[in-house]
Design a protein. Structure first.
Length: 258
């Protein structure tokens, strides 16, 4: 077995929303496999804290932070300029940044639902397009989009969130086919409930948690590291023949019938 197939030594990765939760777990997983990581986030203090934590955990590794709100086009371009200035192109892009506001469909203002699309879908599309020239500097590179089970079936996240994640899943398929000839693989993961700061309030309700667990065959909430492991696998040389896929990280939720 070639051990290099299961390593990312020297590869440069950009992880959006990388200061907390799933994003920080992805950055940690990639660094553990030898990647050089850039984490992007809006909150400068949280970004610095995450960068320091990762640097302490991997003293021989390389981690940088860049402040940027990926919902803003000018800041998206600034993040990619930061990557380009490093001068090594880009091997891995993880579109993880996202957000939500849960309401009934008739209760959203236009600005509210459009902002959900801007953060979750349009940012990933634009970052992927802007990163394309950097990704194609390498013979083989990878994009992984962090979608959601809400993009595949109804959950109580609100219609715009599910719509935006469904769009991300379809974007994954389209770009995978279009960019295959450029050596860029494009895949996605679709998490169910994962134990993060964002989900903590809902999961603190014991009745709601019971409902979630009853619909989850593995009988528990997922951990950020479990999403990170799936993302990292899709970036590995060992996954070199996988593109256009969306892997559910959901404890069996999407496969649970009656």
């Amino acid at each position: 077995m070639d051990p290099h197939r299961w390593r990312l030594d020297g590869q440069l990765a950009l992880v959006t929303g990388g200061s907390a939760g799933i994003g920080r777990a992805i950055a940690r997983e990639l660094m553990g496999l030898g990647a050089r990581v850039i984490i992007a986030a809006r909150d400068g203090d949280a970004l610095e804290s995450a960068r320091d934590e990762l640097a302490d955990e991997f003293p021989d590794g390389e981690v940088r932070g860049v402040i940027g709100d990926v919902a803003d086009d000018e800041q998206r371009r600034e993040v990619l300029d930061f990557v380009e200035d490093i001068g090594d192109g880009l091997n891995i892009l993880v579109n993880n940044a996202g957000g939500n506001l849960t309401k009934n469909a008739t209760d959203y203002t236009e600005d509210e639902w459009r902002q959900i699309f801007e953060v979750n879908l349009f940012s990933a599309f634009e970052l992927s397009r802007y990163a394309h020239p950097l990704l194609t500097q390498h013979a083989s590179s990878s994009i992984v989009n962090v979608g959601s089970v809400s993009g595949a079936t109804h959950v109580r996240s609100g219609a715009p969130y599910g719509m935006s994640k469904a769009g991300m899943h379809q974007m994954t398929k389209n770009l995978a086919v279009e960019w295959a000839e450029d050596g860029v693989r494009v895949n996605a993961v679709a998490p169910w409930y994962i134990r993060t700061r964002r989900t903590s309030d809902k999961l603190a309700d014991p009745d709601y948690l019971d409902e979630v667990l009853l619909r989850t065959p593995l009988g528990r909430v997922g951990e950020p590291e479990e999403v990170a492991a799936a993302v990292a696998f899709l970036c590995l040389p060992a996954a070199s023949y996988i593109t256009g896929e969306c892997i559910a990280v959901d404890g069996g939720f999407l496969r649970y019938g009656f």
